[in-house]
Design a protein around this ligand. Structure first.
Ligand SMILES: Cc1cc2nc3c(=O)[nH]c(=O)nc-3n(C[C@H](O)[C@H](O)[C@H](O)COP(=O)(O)OP(=O)(O)OC[C@H]3O[C@@H](n4cnc5c(N)ncnc54)[C@H](O)[C@@H]3O)c2cc1C
Length: 384
């Protein structure tokens, strides 16, 4: 028997789920709000771990293609003091394939392959338990029913309210992102500073991290502890004026340069040459987010367990997508499907709960009143 299955969201979770079902010739409807694959910039790099994201790609039959596209050298990590002194410089061995980096756009295209995604289909609400199954409402007023609706629609999921009342809360830490293009020719000194992977500088309650992407592109993340309204309120925390217009590139640049005042000139050049600035307050769901099982609806990825962006979210999202797809394929009847989803949820909660604790503690140490905490954290997680 073929279950009528819809996945809401075409991010790493939803696409991996659909791709593994597709591999097993099981039909799936992929519903994505964006009007097309290139509607938004895809974002920076993702490091995919051997036992998580890479395992998911192997279940999707895509591991060899990933290995051809990914950048093992992107695992390099350098830590500088605020005065520019190099404190740590880890270089991966040539055969180290534990956590290679891949551009999000490349990963999305790899997962998309020949999948038939329905673009421009934003979901507004999901209603379980109707006579014909789970009812999905769309922004354009249409509705459809399915046997199983999988919410893979990210941090601000519209599927989540069908199973849980939890909503993301602000961590107290904000990230402002910028990027530099064509660094090897336009900013060779900065290209050398960042190296093949990432470079980080940790100060009191703030950090600056730069990461090389493919094609000579570098992403820069300025992170700091601040109230959510730091840009509109009198910024007593930073001792700076109020009323920052986040759309004013030069005003944001000056504010960031003031926040990181006194740091080494080459490090600040990453902000001086950044093109545009994206404001991203970091939100999370409660660390052990679970819910009472609701037949016909489940969640994957950030919709289920939004956590600090420390290298786990996409990995978990993809492995969950692959595992749920395999469970669905192995469940012949409607009762089996529900039992399979229940068992999957238990497994997802246990694993995601562990990672949520690790990443929450990690973020506290990486943007800390004591910058030596950040270095100690890296000393623990980097292979010696
Ligand atoms: C700066 C940064 C760096 C990161 N680095 C890493 C890393 O190195 N490794 C790692 O594992 N993780 C990393 N993460 C975390 C990772 O990006 C997320 O955990 C991951 O993208 C979650 O995947 P997802 O598919 O659950 O959700 P998303 O990637 O958010 O995808 C959700 C999809 O659903 C669509 N959608 C949303 N609402 C609707 C709707 N109502 N109807 C239809 N479609 C909808 C969206 O358009 C989107 O395509 C990072 C995050 C950030 C912010």
């Amino acid at each position: 028997m073929r279950h009528r299955i819809a996945v809401i969201g075409g991010g790493p979770a939803g696409l991996t789920f659909a791709r593994v079902l597709h591999r097993h010739d099981h039909p799936v409807t992929v519903l994505e709000r964006d009007p097309g694959p290139d509607a938004r910039p895809p974002g920076g790099m993702l490091d995919l771990h051997e036992g998580l994201g890479q395992l998911a790609l192997s279940k999707a039959g895509l591991l060899a293609e990933f290995q051809a596209l990914s950048r093992p050298e992107g695992q390099a990590m350098r830590i500088l003091d605020t005065d520019g002194t190099v404190l740590r410089d880890w270089q991966p061995r040539p055969d180290d394939l534990a956590n290679p980096e891949i551009d999000r756009g490349q990963l999305r295209d790899l997962l998309l392959g020949s999948l038939d995604v329905q673009w421009g289909r934003g979901v507004t609400e999901v209603v379980p338990g109707t006579r014909d199954g789970v009812l999905v409402h769309f922004a354009d007023g249409r509705q459809e029913t399915f046997d199983l609706v999988v919410g893979a629609d990210g941090a601000w999921s519209r599927v989540r309210p069908a199973v849980s009342s939890a909503t993301p809360h602000y961590t107290g830490i904000t990230s402002v992102e910028t990027s530099l293009d064509d660094v090897d020719t336009r900013h060779p000194d900065l290209a050398r500073l960042v190296g093949d992977g990432s470079m980080a500088v940790y100060g009191v309650n703030r950090s600056l991290v730069a990461q090389r992407n493919s094609g000579g592109h570098v992403k820069v993340y300025a992170r700091f502890r601040a109230p959510l309204d730091w840009h509109t309120n009198v910024d007593r925390h930073m001792g700076l004026d109020a009323g920052l217009d986040l759309a004013d590139v030069e005003a944001v640049r000056s504010r960031l340069l003031a926040m990181f005042d006194g740091w080494a000139a080459p490090v600040l050049d990453l902000l001086r040459h950044g093109t545009a600035f994206v404001h991203r307050p970091l939100y999370v769901l409660p660390v052990s987010h679970t819910w009472a099982h609701v037949p016909g609806v489940t969640l994957l990825g950030d919709a289920a367990h939004l956590m600090p962006p420390l290298g786990a979210g996409a990995n978990l999202a993809m492995l969950e997508g692959a595992e749920l797809a395999e469970s669905v394929v192995a469940a012949p009847g409607p009762g089996d499907l529900d039992e399979a989803v229940r068992a999957f949820e238990e497994q997802m909660w246990a694993r995601a709960g562990k990672w949520a604790k690790i990443t929450t503690a990690g973020l506290e140490r990486l943007v800390s009143p004591d910058p030596t905490e950040a270095i100690a954290r890296w000393d623990q997680v980097q292979p010696s």
